[in-house]
Write a protein that binds this ligand. Structure first.
Ligand SMILES: [Zn+2]
Length: 539
């Protein structure tokens, strides 16, 4: 008898282990079916797209359009029936800025219009100015000396030689199976994206350059769009600080690569080149605070627990911020619309956050997390970090969590363009893998197949991840994100892919729904330990 009972127990244990753990995770296929139907047959995602990109446009943090976008999203979320839709202030951020007018043309040796954009947070030219061009190329602060007292009243053609190559690779890309298998591999110690030290070095060189050119009383500074970005696509960001009292006095423009290269060649040949510029930029000092748009669908039996989804609402200013990050914003709005349209009664409260200040360092989401869930000590002795949130700076010290932190099951983010979802970055949280494996299964036919333990950075899920809340960004097809739209003048509505955005909306809705209905909260990984302060340089 004992032997038979022992044999029975063994067989149960074997069966338990034999059944893959993901199959034990419940998936509500009936609701998934309804979500797919609503998302593919009654989608409003492109209505949100034209409302945000065409009727409002660029949304630089601090600009009047940013405020319009905050109010428009709040009103849209209210209209779809969400509760407590409101704007949550953060900051002080600093000065607002928007370009009103820009025109540039060569007047000698040839007369021709030039494709240029004003760099954010730089002043205008105070009317039409004309000046001779001079080439300035510096790698390091000390290189400025050779130009001292030689630039007054001139237009500086600034930066390294322009590298124009024919487009040999298709700018459009979807991840192949091999690509996805590669993404699925975890590479210990490899951090993706531009290292923070490199970002700080570039920022310092920009500061030094602004200082030098202001002292030299140049008319304006013109650099070129990033290397290999030809064809009239211009990638442009900021040229100065948005902080009060730190405004640069030098007008700055970014020019199409080919046109800049022509001027550089002429200067190389010791030919005189004269340009005529007229730039009108406005600074706004009426309100130093900025805003996140927040709204929710109240939960039921677990309403004090929360599932969050979000994306950054702000953008750069040369295009209309369609793929970065209008795409993320509209799929999150669509996810909330689908849940309301299906009259879903979630167990946990579902809350959406549309952040501003992401392009300036994840500011809107960091402040939100600091105000609600946890923070690290501030680094006010560091002039660059004074008054700024420090969640991403481990050398700032340990994280102190607030009671609400324990109530958030997860945060889901989208910020990699218009391309459809192919999987999830698990941010080294192995214990959610079997859960997501199960939730991903109903979308295999839509191309979602891949989980990776890798971290991905540079966007708002990091603010939540830093305080120990499970926070995830989805793996997406690149489409033209890196080749054409990411921070360029061509980041516009027409570069969005409606069917891909519907797929993203359906999958995000489903993951959020399952998280809201699951008996347990999603499992967590430990909060990262602080780094000693002096290890700043290679954090
Ligand atoms: Zn972005």
């Amino acid at each position: 008898m004992k032997k038979r009972f022992a044999a029975y127990v063994c067989s149960v244990v074997i069966v338990l282990f034999a059944v893959p753990s993901w199959s034990q995770e419940k998936v509500d296929l009936e609701t998934i079916t309804r979500i797919r139907y609503e998302g593919f047959h009654n989608s409003k995602v492109m209505d949100f797209a034209t409302g945000l990109m065409d009727s409002i446009g660029e949304r630089l943090t601090g600009s009047p359009n940013m405020k319009r976008a905050n109010e428009w999203t709040r009103d849209q979320l209210t209209a779809m029936g969400l509760s407590n839709a409101h704007l949550e202030a953060w900051g002080p951020f600093g000065r607002g800025w928007a370009n009103q007018y820009v025109n540039a043309r060569m007047t000698s040796p040839d007369i021709t219009p030039l494709i240029v954009y004003a760099k954010a947070w730089t002043p205008g030219t105070n009317g039409v100015v004309t000046g001779k061009c001079v080439r300035v190329n510096v790698e390091d602060k000390k290189d400025f000396e050779k130009y001292r007292r030689k630039l007054a009243g001139m237009i500086v053609i600034f930066g390294p030689d322009g590298d124009v190559k024919p487009i040999t690779e298709a700018p459009f890309k979807r991840e192949s199976d091999d690509d996805l298998a590669k993404i699925g591999e975890y590479e210990p110690g490899i951090e993706h994206g531009v290292p923070p030290a490199e970002i700080r070095k570039r920022r310092q060189l920009m500061k030094d350059a602004n200082q030098f050119f202001a002292e030299e009383k140049v008319l304006a500074v013109i650099d070129h769009s990033r290397q290999n970005s030809g064809g009239g696509t211009v990638f442009v960001q900021s040229g100065g600080s948005y902080k009060i009292g730190e405004t640069t006095t030098v007008p700055q423009l970014t020019m199409a690569l080919e046109q800049w290269a022509r001027i550089a060649r002429l200067l190389q040949q010791k030919k005189d080149v004269t340009l005529e510029l007229n730039v009108v930029n406005n600074f706004y000092d009426d309100d130093p605070m900025q805003y996140d748009t927040i709204a929710e669908i109240p939960g039921t039996d677990k309403k004090d627990e929360v599932v969050m989804l979000g994306a950054h609402l702000d953008s750069w200013h040369a295009g209309t911020g369609a793929t970065d990050n209008g795409a993320g914003t509209i799929v999150m709005m669509e996810a909330m619309r689908i849940l309301k349209a299906l009259d879903i009664k979630p167990r946990r409260t579902i809350r959406i956050g549309l952040w501003s200040g992401e392009e300036q360092g994840l500011l809107g989401s960091q402040y939100y997390v600091e105000q609600h869930f946890g923070s690290r000590p501030h680094m006010d002795d560091d002039p660059d970090m004074k008054g700024q949130p420090t969640l991403l700076r481990r050398q700032a010290g340990p994280v102190t969590v607030k009671p609400e932190q324990a109530k958030v099951s997860a945060y889901f983010n989208v910020d990699n363009g218009t391309g459809k979802i192919r999987g999830v970055y698990l941010q080294e949280n192995e214990s959610v893998a079997p859960i997501f494996e199960a939730w991903m299964k109903p979308f295999k036919d839509l191309g979602m197949t891949t989980l990776t333990m890798r971290n991905t950075g540079g966007t708002d899920h990091q603010s939540f991840d830093a305080v120990g809340i499970p926070a995830f960004q989805f793996i997406q097809d690149p489409i033209e994100y890196e080749t054409r739209t990411h921070h360029s003048n061509m980041d516009v509505y027409d570069r969005l892919l409606p069917e891909d955005l519907k797929q993203i909306s359906v999958i995000v809705t489903s993951f959020v729904y399952e998280t809201a209905m699951r008996e347990q909260m999603l499992p967590r990984k430990p909060i990262e330990k602080p780094l000693p302060r002096e290890e700043k340089k290679d954090e």
